[in-house]
Design a protein around this ligand. Structure first.
Ligand code: NAD
Ligand code: UDP
Length: 390
């Protein structure tokens, strides 16, 4: 049970109160679940939505780990709610996950993207600093932008040298495209809030940890368009491809699907966040890459693997043309650009927290697509069979 738990240095872990902003989202829902199931900590869960944590907000029965009295939902928009400071003051630690973080928004809603990722995060940083509260802030691997290697000639042997593509927290530069490529509005806003937090640490002693997630994926990520999100909405790639597979449509490969990503299972990544929460002396003042360097694929390879895995878990054969190419302009509109390759260096998180990811890409897709099929297949069938209103 929860009591008797010790940190990485053998010290007993005391129960704390966590103000989690963005707790109703994909990462927040998994983190709340982990905290309720495996720790004695309390959570003040802040978000405008709570659908993904509903199961935790209902009475949990009795027993030592019962969570009913350990999680409290506060429906508020941090843009304009004076209750925020009070909640941060009540907590020992604030975790800020709130953000607009789907690439389809970066070039089409750049103002909302910049406000959400920079301006709206400012009061959170300020309240933590002024009240001497610890902050874990969620940034992104996208702050690295493009790799140095992508500017080398296509046939340069240096492209094979990790020095030109592995992304290191304390050494790699942040390389963004021109301003008219509004894709980079998100990365740039996240970079500036990282710099501000770092400066609060340096000048005012703020205790902070910055997390840079590298494509965390799993159940409850985003939405399926037309089922639990807008029909015209464009979620991140896992949900886009899941939607295509569920509807038996070809998967759309943006600009040929040549970009490379490393995907990590949400449950592995949450283990890393829990270590940060419970080992402040090792996590404070650090910026951590959290990803799985062993799970690298091109987007095209991801599409092929998801097609195979979905066939296995659904028992349905794949369609004749499983994927089609589409231009980024057609798919995302003007101003889209892309990160070419994202391999996280794991030295710092390994040294500070002894953490390593475990789950292979195939295994994580198998459990995630089993969830997608179980959750959405019936609803999609019904939606497809409905006659279209004339
Ligand atoms: P998500 O969209 O599922 O969750 C974000 C949550 O924040 C949502 O529930 C949303 O309602 C809430 N929110 C946004 N603005 C708010 C506001 N003004 N007031 C109150 N609540 C607000 O996204 P996620 O994947 O869980 O990502 C969480 C964080 O991690 C984000 O900061 C994101 O930039 C970062 N991140 C995630 C990934 C990933 O792989 N999932 C990768 C890079 C960075
Ligand atoms: N992508 C794609 N088809 C889709 C959705 C996304 O080819 O239906 C590509 C996208 O262009 C990018 C990669 O998949 O190269 C990952 O996109 P995601 O939205 O998950 O976020 P990113 O990793 O770029 O932050």
């Amino acid at each position: 049970m929860a009591s008797g738990r010790v940190d990485l240095d053998g010290n007993p872990i005391k129960p704390i109160t966590i103000c989690m902003i963005g707790a109703g989202g994909f990462i927040g829902s998994h983190l709340c679940e982990k905290l309720m199931n495996e720790t004695p900590h309390r959570v003040l869960a802040v978000d405008v939505y709570n659908d993904k944590i509903k199961q935790l907000l209902e009475p949990s029965g009795s027993g030592e780990l019962s969570w009913a009295d350990r999680i409290q939902f506060h429906r508020l928009n941090i843009k304009n709610d004076s209750r925020l400071e009070g909640l941060i003051k009540m907590a020992d630690l604030t975790i800020n996950l709130a953000a607009i973080c789907t690439p389809a928004d970066y070039n089409t809603r750049p103002l909302d993207t910049i406000y959400s990722n920079f301006i709206d995060a400012l009061p959170v940083v300020k309240y933590c600093s002024e009240n001497s509260k610890r902050l874990i802030h969620f940034s992104t691997c996208e702050v690295y932008g493009k790799t140095i290697g992508c500017f080398l000639p296509k046939d340069s042997p240096l492209r094979q040298d990790p020095a030109y593509y592995v992304l290191k927290e304390d050494a790699s530069p942040c390389i963004f495209g021109p301003i008219e490529k509004q894709r980079w509005s998100y990365a740039c806003a996240k970079q500036l809030i990282e710099r501000l937090i770092y400066a609060e640490g340096a000048e005012n002693g703020l205790e902070f940890t910055i997390v840079r997630p590298f494509n965390w994926i799993g159940p409850r990520m985003d939405f399926i368009p037309g089922i639990d999100g807008p029909s015209e909405g464009v979620p991140r790639v896992l949900a886009c491809f899941s939607n295509n597979l569920l509807r038996r449509e070809p998967l759309k490969l943006v600009d040929g699907g040549q970009s490379q990503r490393t995907f990590i299972y949400i449950k592995d990544a949450i283990e890393a966040v829990l270590l940060m929460i419970e080992n402040p002396a090792r996590a404070n003042g650090q910026i951590f890459n959290v990803g799985n360097p062993n799970n690298e694929v091109t987007v095209r390879q991801l599409a092929e693997m998801m097609t195979q895995v979905y066939s296995k878990v659904s028992g349905e054969s794949s369609i004749e043309t499983p994927s089609v190419d589409v231009s980024s302009k057609e798919f995302y509109g003007e101003g889209y650009d892309d990160s070419d390759k994202r391999i996280p260096d794991m030295t710092i998180i390994n040294r500070q927290l002894g953490w390593n990811p475990k789950t292979s890409l195939w295994d994580l897709l198998e459990s995630t697509l089993t969830y997608q099929h179980r959750t959405y297949a019936e609803a999609i069938k019904k939606a497809i069979s409905k006659p279209v209103a004339s």
